[in-house]
Design a protein around this ligand. Structure first.
Ligand SMILES: *Cc1c(COP(=O)(O)O)cnc(C)c1O
Length: 458
């Protein structure tokens, strides 16, 4: 497979270039030149077998199935459920796809456990090392640390805003005791952390010296790995027919993977996008105009974002794969805070996607309702997906799959507020609150970060 930039002005690269390069040199995102047909043999019942079949065309010819298989097996052996991403009934035509059985209890493990191993293998092949630099508001940091810990070729430095991540999220990062893992609490906000990361990447001397690399959600490897659970869950609930998906998404990363599965032939009736009060996507589908607003904190913090970066990959297809037009649309968004794709294109958007805004009050009400009706505890992001699904009934009989993106114990305060029950951490994290933390502190200053990175590099 060759990968091209959504902005169309740099040469195609192979899978390895898209993986390690992250962002394309023209500022675009890498997309595969074609959408391979999803052709899963009915006997492929294990998650890892389906994963190898779905992912093989994306990594060829750089990697064959024989090389891919052990990485896939190892990645998903870290999951606490034999089915990896199991589906359970939620009542009526609703189903819950549980994506939180990985080491950090959020769906980001599904992608990052594989991406960390793919990175390590590619760096070994090149005989190089890299320093992964990440800014996090919560879930990404711990998932990236778990993906990198103990890997020879990788160091990881994670910046989080001091005092602004939950205790569980902070401790999942700071209690990891490995020589290649560093946590930095920055005096500032998540946006300040992101700006520091951008400044470090823009410093070409620093970038080359430390071989800085990113594993953020615009990395194609992450999107690709997420395609698999759309295929396995559809096969589990409706092997013959269409399904709908309801996805709690901020960055458009997770739902984009479902749309990619549909491009490959998966029979999907509709994608429902669940937004919290930061509802740029739901407003877009409603009004036809994508318009940035400020970010407000919500009960589902992993979706508190202003711009949905992964939407650029969808716009590329919507604009007929015309990179120049995509580049112009993205620069308009940056300059004016809005894009209008026009009514004809909006009709295509609305034929595939619905958008529903679920505020904090409705999120709590949904957590309570699921607990009353099924006895299960769901996290606030999952509750957004379920409430959004209920708002968009599907044609009679079409099963609807809601994506459960985090374990309830990752957001215990919201779950307790809704149900009066404080969810327990699973056994492998039960002593999280007693372990020692390792964290360095830095001012919000890019020169201080550069000094720190140089001083701590191995
Ligand atoms: C990251 C995250 C999301 C949002 O994912 P997108 O990349 O925006 O689609 C939803 N729920 C949880 C728990 C997350 O960690």
């Amino acid at each position: 497979m060759r990968y091209v930039s959504t902005r169309g002005s740099c040469p195609p690269v192979g899978f390895d270039g898209a993986l390690v390069g992250g962002l394309a040199p023209d500022g675009g995102l890498y997309v595969p030149e074609e959408w391979p047909e999803i052709d899963v043999h009915p006997s492929a019942e294990r998650y890892t077998d389906v994963a190898v079949e779905v992912l093989a065309p994306y990594v060829a010819p750089a990697m064959g199935r024989d090389e891919l298989r052990p990485l896939v097996e190892e990645a998903y052996a870290t999951f606490g459920h034999p089915e990896v991403c199991p589906v359970r009934p939620l009542g009526g035509d609703l189903h819950l796809l549980e994506l939180f059985w990985g080491p950090t209890l959020a769906f980001k493990d599904v992608a990052l456990q594989l991406v960390g191993r793919l990175f390590d293998r590619e760096l070994a092949r090149r005989d190089e090392r890299a320093t992964i630099l990440v800014a996090t508001s919560g879930d990404t940091g711990s998932a990236a640390i778990e993906a990198c810990r103990g890997r020879d070729r990788l160091d990881i430095v994670v910046l989080h805003p001091a005092g602004r991540v939950s205790e569980v999220q902070r401790r999942q990062m700071t209690t990891v005791d490995e020589p290649n893992v560093r946590n930095v609490a920055v005096d500032g906000t998540f946006d300040d952390c992101q700006d520091l990361v951008k400044a470090a990447f823009a410093d070409t001397a620093l970038r080359a010296e430390l071989q800085l690399a990113a594993m953020n959600s615009i990395n194609w490897g992450r999107v690709m790995a997420q395609v698999v659970y759309y295929v396995t869950s559809a096969a589990a609930v409706a092997p013959e027919g269409p399904v709908s998906f309801s996805v709690p998404t901020g960055n458009f990363g997770n739902v984009l993977a479902g749309w990619v599965a549909a491009q490959g032939g998966l029979d999907v009736d509709r994608f429902v996008i669940g937004s919290n009060r930061n509802d740029i996507l739901a407003r877009w589908i409603d009004s036809g105009v994508m318009e940035m607003e400020g970010v407000e904190p919500s009960l589902s913090p992993s979706m508190d974002i202003q711009v949905s970066s992964n939407v650029e990959r969808y716009l590329w297809e919507l604009y007929g794969r015309n990179g120049a037009v995509v580049a112009e649309a993205m620069s308009t968004l940056r300059a004016t805070g809005r894009i209008d794709v026009g009514e004809a294109r909006m009709a295509r958007v609305r034929s595939a996607f619905s958008g529903v805004r679920v505020d904090d009050e409705a999120t709590l009400a949904e957590i309570r309702r699921v607990h009353d009706e099924t006895g299960e505890l769901v996290d606030p992001h999952t509750a957004v997906a379920i409430a959004a699904a209920r708002a968009v009934p599907s044609p009679a009989g079409t099963p609807r799959i809601c994506l459960a993106t985090a374990h309830a114990a990752k957001f215990p305060d919201a779950v307790e507020a809704a149900t009066g029950i404080r969810p327990l951490l699973p056994p492998h994290l039960a002593d999280l609150l007693e372990q020692d933390e390792r964290v360095d502190h830095l001012a919000n200053d890019s020169a201080a970060l550069a000094d720190y990175l140089r001083a701590t590099a191995r």
